[in-house]
Write a new protein. Sequence first.
Length: 290
Amino acid sequence: MYKNKIYQNVSLKKFNSWKAGGHAENFLICSNAKKLSELIKSKKIITPLTFIGLGSNLLIRDGGVKGTIIETFGGLNDLRVEKNLIYAEAGVTCSKLSKFAAQDGFANSAFLSGIPGTIGGALAMNAGCYGSETWDYVYKVLVITSNGEIVTKYKDSFKVSYRKVTGRENENFLAAWFKFPEGSVNESKDEIKKLLLHRKNTQPLNWPTAGSTFRNPKDHFAAKLIEDCGLKGLKKGMAQVSEKHANFIVNLGGASASDIEYLIDYIHKTVMQEMSIDLQTEVKIIGDNF
């Protein structure tokens, strides 16, 4: 696909990690923030706008998405050091930022290598794992408004909590400046290797998934709650609750988005009935049903 060209009726299956779902009414990969601003201001892009990166925390319903999908992974990928900060655009993968920071002598970036998405998505949901969260290290961000204005905002402009960021109504993240402490290159690289090995041993990485389906409730682990309800291995069509990690739903090949959403709803209902715990989805569900 060419950058800065708006395409119609594009299948989104290859643009999300579950490899399921419908079509985008319009689809755009933009080369940079300035060009995106120009296109929005010219009103050439049909609203509403939906930003996606790798689609790794996303369920796109089978009926597809109205308006325009703006895919950041193929375009907004600038990554550089600015004095004692690291500037990373929304389409940079979390894994790439993690390794880049380690190589440049920064510490504490290893957790990002365990997040299978892009910086834009990590900022939007305060993604995290292994005891750290994205916004622990955010200094300031670059956002674009629904009118195409590009604005720099500092961390205290937002209310940040577990897997949630508020205060950005009608804005989408374009980039962030991260402030990591100084560290040892070798120690940081070793930490990344250990974390990736742990992830490989505990998560079903050989199947299409969207990462953790549900947030961990306070004082509980979602995976254990799901497993204790006997739901490991539960199938609907070609979607299955992973037998390796119960908080993952895998696509065994050809699963529909409705199959996956059925399992999400069934898990939620069952855990509520048996454990009296209201699980909240970590994945974002967008689009229309048929």
